[in-house]
Design a protein around this ligand. Structure first.
Ligand SMILES: [Zn+2]
Length: 199
């Protein structure tokens, strides 16, 4: 990959006016390759866990308008436009969700992938199994109050892990121990996410 595609041209190569975004020129609507830009770079954010949702939304709308196929229809750039739109949508989806954002940051900082490290926090598997059983029992007997108690417990455990994920992700790049702990917490929260989806 050409390393020059990683940095935004300060000035548009087509109309030579200053560029407000690494992806497109506001003036002549020229598009620029985004290959090699990670999700944070795409939005012009530092690679950090804390993101202002309003700023993310605003930037997403601004960039989406800039690369919109309407500006580039029936031009050689329309394929680029569709690809950039898809990439923006994916980046927005990931950065908006705290769990996906932490996953992405961990990967960005060289932490272990879920496929390479399947470790979970101590006790999570047993707790999730027990809760699944309790939920099944409550559903089978139509015990609404018991089901509500299970749901509240799952939500609470989910919240606790989410808080842990934030705490660890804010320490990235951190040391290997922090990255392993974050990996294990991300692996663990999936069990509660699954339970929540079934409730
Ligand atoms: Zn231009």
């Amino acid at each position: 990959m050409d390393s020059s595609t990683k940095t935004a041209p300060a000035k548009c190569r087509a109309c030579h006016r200053p560029m407000g975004s690494p992806l497109f020129c506001d003036h002549c609507h020229s598009l620029y390759p985004s290959e090699g830009l990670n999700h944070f770079e795409l939005f012009g954010f530092p690679p950090a866990f804390d993101i202002d949702p309003a700023a993310l939304r605003q930037k997403y709308l601004q960039l989406s308008r800039g690369v919109h196929p309407d500006h580039h229809a029936a031009s050689p750039e329309s394929t680029d436009s569709l690809r950039l739109s898809a990439q923006l949508n994916e980046a927005h989806r990931v950065l908006l969700d705290p769990v996906l954002r932490a996953e992405y940051l961990l990967e960005l900082f060289g932490g272990p992938a879920a496929s390479a490290d399947k470790g979970t926090l101590e006790g999570v598997l047993a707790t999730a199994l027990q809760l699944r059983e309790d939920v099944c029992d409550a559903q089978a007997t139509g015990d609404r109050p018991a089901l509500d108690r299970c749901a509240a417990r799952v939500r609470q455990l989910h919240e606790e892990l989410l808080a842990g994920i934030g705490e660890l992700a804010r320490q990235l790049p951190g040391d290997p121990q922090v990255r392993r702990r974050l990996r294990a917490t991300l692996n663990s929260i999936k069990y509660y996410q699954k339970l929540l989806g079934e409730l």
